[in-house]
Structures are given as C-alpha cells and as structure tokens.
Design a protein around this ligand. Structure first.
Ligand code: PLP
Length: 362
C-alpha cells in the first residue's frame, strides 16, 4: 500500500461518457474537445488520449506551448491553437508541430501568410470572427476587409470559421441571438468552410446555433454550465485526503488563524493536509464542507496554506481515525457546489488544483 496522500482521481470512463453525451446533444457533424489549461487542470495528455480512443479527432488548446506538448503524444488529431501566432517564431513553431492556428486578426493572418509564402504552399488555418464578445477574433471592420478582398486568404487552407458566444449560459440573453445573426451573415460572405459557434453551454441552445463543429470543455469535466438545471453529467474529478490528526476542544476554544471558529460545545476536529496552496479556495473558510463516509462535515475556521480543519462532532466517534479518507471534491461535494460557495465557477475550482496532489487516472 502506498502511503495515504491527498489525491486527485480522474475517472476517464466518466469523461468518455460526458463526451458522448455532448456529442449526442449536438446536431452538427463533429464534436471536438477543448483541452486548454491542461484540460482544465485535470491533465491534457491522459484526457486527450482517452478521447482519441472514443473517436474524438479535433482538439483545442489555448497556447502554442500547450499545442506542442499535446502533439508530442498525439501524432494524428487536428490541434487548434486559440491564440494564434503572436510573432514569426510562433508561426514557425505552429507549422513545425502541425498545429492549426486560429487567426484572430489581420496581423495574425499576415504572419501566417508570410510563412506560407516562404514555404510556397497554402497552410491550414481557422478564422475566429468577433461577433460581440469583444475579447479575441477579427473585429468586424477586419472581417469586412477579408470579405471585400478574399485574395487575402489565398495563402491559407481555410479549415474552420468560428466565433464564440459571450452569454450561452444565460439562454434568454439577447446577445446570443445578436451574435448568431452576425455570425450567420459574416460566415456566408467568406469562402466556404466548416463552421463552429458553440461551447458546452451553446450545445444546450437551439440547434440553429450548432453549425458543424462543437467545442465543449467544461461539460466533459463534469462542470454544469447552466445553474439550476437537471444534472446529467458524470462526476469525473474527485479530490480526497486522509485525516492527519483528530482532536477535541472545549466550549469557548477556537480553531485556526484568527480564531474565527469558536466551539459552542465539546467539539471533535479532524485536520486534513490540503490548503489553498493545493487550490482549495481560502474563500471557503468557515463556509465550505467535505464528506466523510458520505456525510457532510463543515470547515471549522480558516483554510490555511497546507491544512483544513473540519468539525466532525456529528459523526460517530469510532467510525473515524487518522487516515480516514475525506472527500473534498466529489459526488457529495460537487465542483459546482464548491464554486457557488466560493463565489466563483467550477472552471476556476478545477484549474487551480495544485501540483502537490497525487494524480490517479482510471
Ligand atoms: C474555453 C473555450 C471553449 C470551451 O468552453 P466551455 O464553456 O468550457 O465548454 C470553447 N471555445 C472557446 C473559444 C473557448 O475559449
């Protein structure tokens, strides 16, 4: 038996089930997978490998470096890089690793075109049109330049025309319909290529939003993009830690930095070796909880860098010893529940999970 350690366990079969579920909800022809930021903190390589086995042929990462790392293990799939090239060196690196840039501006298109001219051949690329999110993508004036002068695209093999919705998690938000209308009109004026508009939440919008290729991320990892809806996704990331120490304190004694938790009665406490350095949000101080043997226990006092303390007075005394496993994120304490308590989103909870956690894939 290995020594008990704080552990992140990633259930790859549940991942596969979530990808197939999103694929089945999508009316277009291809369901890709977004594995940027190390697959939302869960490990891009094992995750992408499993999705390839399930039939996924297209991946999205954010940066050139993420693309290079993924390409080393995955020789075949299409890998799109959301950021596009920032300089000529980026363009060369993208090309050298068979990564497909998503061009976000005439500047990026120029860098890619220069490289294509050097190689005297057309190079594959995608175009990202800004339709109202105003973060990345061709501004409408630059898209108009392409529409007026399509020869600008002569050096590229257009693989995909995409845009990104700002508010798909709020289906009734008027910006959704406005972006759909802009996208529909702009893409029709560009050379024909597969089109992509939706992320996870967008797949749950009406099929007219879907187009050809979907780009889900969050839902693959068990994050529900719409609050207060049925929760059909499987749980894929579980964080557990063994109890390091158990103690009792008396009424009036306090716990942790600042003494913010004061016992109102004889209280049993369990301390676990996970803290904000492991990505456990300090904002959960005094309000978070964990599960032991499936029963919820509240955090007592502040989250510190390396430790968390729970009030376990409600649990039978003889059921818990040092080494008993505490579920910090899992089926009883979901990433969405923790996110809501910490006033953030599940994406941030997962991407912050720290390097100290032992990782197991099964
Ligand atoms: C991150 C991202 C996605 C995936 O979004 P989810 O909400 O995680 O499904 C899709 N497209 C783009 C452009 C993104 O930046």
């Amino acid at each position: 038996m290995p020594p008990p350690r704080p552990t992140l366990r990633v259930d790859l079969s549940a991942l596969a089930a979530n990808w197939h579920l999103m694929k089945s909800r999508f009316s277009g022809s291809e369901c890709a997978a977004v594995v940027k930021a190390d697959a939302y903190g869960l490990g891009a390589l094992p995750i992408a490998k499993r999705l390839v086995e399930e039939g996924c042929r297209t991946f999205f990462v954010a940066t050139v470096e993420e693309g290079i790392a993924l390409r080393q293990s995955l020789p075949d799939p299409v890998i799109y890089v959301l950021l596009g090239p920032a300089c000529a060196e980026d363009a060369s690196a993208l090309h050298a690793h068979q990564l497909t840039p998503i061009l976000n501006s005439l500047h990026q298109l120029g860098l890619w075109r220069n490289l294509a001219e050097q190689h005297q051949k057309r190079l594959p690329a995608a175009l990202h049109l800004d339709t109202g999110m105003h973060r990345l993508g061709f501004p409408e004036s630059e898209t108009q330049t392409l529409i007026d002068d399509p020869s600008q695209l002569n050096a590229i093999h257009l693989q995909l025309v995409m845009s990104h919705l700002a508010c798909p998690d709020t289906p009734e938000h008027p910006l959704n319909a406005r972006q759909l209308e802009r996208f529909h009109s702009l893409q029709a004026q560009l050379p024909a290529a597969p089109r992509s508009l939706v992320n996870s939440a967008g797949i749950l919008l009406e099929p007219e939003y879907h187009y050809d290729l979907a780009r889900p991320g969050a839902t693959l990892y068990g994050i529900h993009p719409l609050p207060n809806r049925p929760r059909p996704l499987k749980h894929i990331a579980t964080v557990t830690a063994p109890i390091a120490q158990i103690r009792t304190i008396e009424k009036g004694e306090s716990v942790g930095y600042g003494g913010t938790f004061v016992a109102r009665r004889h209280t049993r406490l369990a301390t676990v070796p996970v803290g904000y350095a492991d990505g456990y949000f300090r904002a959960l101080s005094g309000i978070g909880n964990a599960a032991i043997n499936g029963r919820l226990v509240p955090i007592a006092g502040r989250v510190s860098m390396d430790f968390l303390t729970f009030d376990i007075s409600s649990l039978p005394e003889d059921s818990i010893t040092p080494g008993t496993e505490v579920e910090l994120i899992g089926p009883h304490c979901t990433v969405d529940d923790l996110a809501e308590k910490a006033d953030t989103i599940g994406y941030e909870i997962l991407t912050r999970l720290g390097k100290r956690l032992n990782r197991i894939y099964d």
